[in-house]
Design a protein around this ligand. Sequence first.
Ligand SMILES: [Zn+2]
Length: 411
Amino acid sequence: MRQSKLFAKTIKEVPKDEASLNAQLLIRAGFIDKLAAGVYTFLPLGLRVHNKIINIIREEMDAIDGQEILMPALIPKESWQATNRWDNFDALFKLGGADKKEYGLGATHEEVITPLAKKFIFSYKELPTAIYQIQTKFRNEPRAKAGLIRGREFSMKDLYSFHTDEADLEKYYKVAQEAYFKIFSRLGLADLTYLTYSSGGAFSKYSHEFQTLTKTGEDLIYICSKCRLAVNKEIIKEQSACPECGKKDLKEEKAVEVGNIFKLGTRFSKPFDMQYMDEKGEKKDVIMGCYGMGPSRIMGTIVEVYNDKNGVIWPEEIAPFAVHLISLNKNDEANKIYEEMEKAGIEVLYDDREEVSAGEKFANADLIGCPTRVVISEKTLAKKEAEIKRRGGKEFKMVKVDQLVKSLLAR
Ligand SMILES: [Zn+2]
């Protein structure tokens, strides 16, 4: 991608009405644009990162036999009333249709998936099964000041699993936990993310959140260093000790909730009368679990975790481009190098702008945060070399131009 052609530009001024670090950096770097509090457009660079996060999540959900679908965001009032959530669901966006009917904008999808699954699941032979979607969700948040971390409109992966009994749900619940940690590991968040016990509702003692430590997190969690897990605020009030080992001196940290998983039991299968036939021909309630994870929120969290005073420092696997190639007024040679990189399949953002100073190009590269910066200038070309620097690192390395692609591919 040639930077001279890039639709969205970097911005010098920090937006005055934007308090959160993640949104400030992403707006300045030209990744997102703010339309209203908690409502953002994803610009080309931002959408590339968002899509990469989604693809990692999709691969890991497919790997645990999740089947992807796409449900509507517009959900009729009657569906919410069936589960008693029209008046009780926190922050549901409600609107009226031209047909004088009322609708809730999807903040969660149990009211759609359960009657849907009922149309296809009749027998124990069809269980277990797991269905997921990646979709825009809506919440009428009273406060939306945390950038991508607490939006009124945000992306969400929600998977729902269906089982014959609780033991089977328990088995899948553990598999899903492992898949979540695989995702966090690929996103560069595994070391900072804790499986966090929270209250479970009617069907299990605990549910679980996945909480990532950040300096600015809105949640407080309490870490057991021995078990490498945490409990959330509600749980610490109830029992003030680690649920696994009983250790009492838990360490308080600020964190962002990047995922959560619940055993729903029959909370939704009962109101929708979703049953299956067992081996003996008896009808039984289907047991359900649900597993949420927010790609846009994860993107905001990664920015809160990986940055310095100059901008974002993207983890390799989700960076908008692997390489930021900067040409300092030697475009003929740089053009050739850019084309070679493209041909070799290297994802490269090429700063080919002619009226922009070297200082500004370097500042832009730091702000955008691609993992590797390559500079081509008169000085480097005099020795037939290019200069390579890692974002966030201090060292420069000189590489012969004819070895450049090979060297970048070897990373
Ligand atoms: Zn413990």
